[in-house]
Design a protein around this ligand. Structure first.
Ligand code: GLC
Ligand code: CA
Length: 524
């Protein structure tokens, strides 16, 4: 396998709590993943990115890390992680670990020590503790907003406030402190030494803050905590660590920075290798919009020599089958609401077409567990089972992200559909009763299933190494491009499109040799 494998890899995202439960407690675990490695090998993916598996109180699905050098007992042990990395390697699959540098859990020893220490102590300097405003310090230190809604400041008993851009259980680290930097460099080495092929860097655009913590003034530059220039130094030092290994490790950034030129700065040759392309993910099902995003993405990446990434969904966003079945097919966190009318048959047809579109684009591809099964967002979870802080901090108006985190269906006619062994506890989030037709077992032999489409698509994608170019004269509403000698056509217009050439793969039936609306095809 080439050292630059990340330039065109297909990377599968495992959300460990919901992938497969090996020990029957109703929660996915590393033993469950190990047992399913043959499934991932057959799917043809090059790497797995694991959402956090560290010891955590799970106040934010594991993005509240209490110990960066261990595995939560719910998932297994550090030895299990080492075995998993080694066994995945035997299947030709690399492992990417999720690194969470912006914040720790409020149970992390550093934060406990900071709470126990006095205002102004060295322990508190590792975080952002401040006095409040107002006559008695009763108002938060500034006007910032939490990414999860509400105020990002929490007041403690001695009157000081601490900053948390996410939930209160996730205090932000002070990245101006050398100890914070050193600690994270050691954490990187810890996982690289255990065979991790790379890291996915959580909330990578948020670490650096203006030390004065000034009020946020709309439109003012630089922003006090997003996309600050100091970040580049941090990632340069990480790149040097990644490059110091015999098989260089890979840095993948989670960067929600809308300006494509600013975004590409993180991908300069001595910084990160790749970063998630959220612009593409957020676009509606519209040919002009998607084409614009593809062009902007390729144009932004070219000058820094980095490969583009293509992502349709992940553990934070509405599943594609559901999103594309709505009147508004964009993704936006603040547009999420209960009770949005959805046509799942339409959504599935479009999600299948979107799969072929995405698989044909040049760069690396991310596939979120269950996407290959065409799972819809689960929108009727009982309210008392919801866990996501995004739901609670919105005052209950945002449904939150639990609906895309429901345990996978593997086999059999009823819940838990093989997610857990027989006689196990109920899964941590309930699966819909009507998922029998979506199991891996049900889809495996079926030529018309989403799973078959992804298996075939990933297999053929390996040969799509040629250059990318738009085809001239495509009708309005049709995306038409070539990769070497393969053409990809996606019909988002209202009229069927005549086809010529040998069909390699199609996202749906092609009656009378025509490409129907919301259908994609690969031709040679
Ligand atoms: C990232 C993660 C998300 C998490 C947040 C805070 O956006 O993808 O799941 O809630 O960071 O760590
Ligand atoms: Ca388990």
């Amino acid at each position: 396998m080439s050292e630059q494998w990340w330039r065109n890899a297909a990377i599968y995202q495992v959300y460990p709590r919901s992938f497969a439960d090996g020990n029957g407690d109703g929660i996915g675990d590393l033993a469950g993943v190990r047992a399913k490695l043959p499934y991932l090998a057959e799917l043809g993916v090059d790497a797995i990115w694991f959402n956090p598996w560290y010891p955590s109180p799970m106040a934010d699905g594991g993005y509240d890390v209490a110990d960066y050098r261990d595995v939560d007992p719910v998932f297994g042990t550090l030895q299990d992680a080492e075995k998993l990395i080694a066994e995945a390697g035997e299947h030709g699959i690399r492992t990417i670990v999720d690194i969470v540098p912006n914040h720790v859990s409020d149970r992390h020893p550093w934060f406990r020590a900071a709470l126990a220490a006095a205002p102004g102590s060295p322990e508190r300097e590792l975080f952002h503790f401040r006095e409040g405003r107002g006559e008695h310090g009763e108002l938060p230190p500034n006007n910032w907003k939490s990414e999860f809604g509400g105020c990002p400041w929490t007041r403690i008993d001695d009157g000081q406030w601490y900053l948390h851009l996410f939930a209160a259980a996730q205090p932000d680290l002070n990245w101006d402190h050398p100890r914070v930097r050193r600690e994270h460099e050691e954490i990187l080495r810890f996982w690289f030494d255990r065979g991790a092929a790379g890291v996915r860097i959580d909330s990578a655009g948020l670490l650096a803050k203006d030390a004065a913590l000034p009020d946020l003034v709309p439109g003012a530059h630089p922003h006090p905590y997003l996309d600050r220039d100091d970040l580049h130094d941090i990632y340069r030092s990480w790149r040097a660590i990644a490059d110091s290994y015999e098989h260089p490790r890979v840095l993948i950034g989670e960067i929600w920075v809308p300006d494509t030129e600013r975004f590409a700065r993180y991908l300069r040759p001595d910084e990160m290798h790749t970063a998630f392309n959220f612009d593409f993910l957020a676009r509606p099902w519209d040919a002009g919009q998607l084409r614009e995003s593809i062009d902007a993405t390729l144009a932004a990446h070219a000058p820094v020599g980095a490969p583009a990434t293509w992502v349709l969904c992940n553990h934070d966003v509405t599943r594609t089958v559901t999103r594309y079945g709505r009147a508004d097919t964009r993704f936006a966190f603040d547009a999420k609401a209960f009770g949005t009318p959805t046509d799942l048959a339409l959504g599935l047809r479009r999600a299948r077409a979107a799969a072929l579109l995405t698989l044909a684009l040049p760069g690396s591809l991310y596939l979120y567990q269950g996407e290959e099964l065409g799972l819809p967002e689960v929108e009727d979870l009982p309210l008392d089972r919801l866990q996501d802080p995004m739901h609670f901090r919105s005052g209950g108006t945002d449904p939150g992200r639990d609906g895309c985190r429901v345990p996978l269906p593997w086999t059999g006619p009823e819940q838990p559909f093989g997610f857990s062994p027989d006689g196990a506890k109920e899964p941590w989030l309930p699966q819909p009763a009507d998922w029998a037709h979506l199991t891996v077992e049900a889809q495996s032999g079926d030529p018309a299933s989403m799973l078959t489409l992804y298996r075939e698509g990933i297999r053929i994608r390996r040969e799509l190494r040629g250059g990318f170019g738009w085809l001239p004269d495509a009708p309005e509403g049709v995306l038409a491009f070539r990769r070497g000698d393969v053409r990809c056509l996606v019909n988002l217009s209202a009229s069927p499109l005549p086809l010529d050439g040998e069909v390699l793969l199609a996202s749906g039936p092609l009656p009378d040799g025509l490409l129907p609306t919301d259908t994609a095809v690969w031709l040679r």
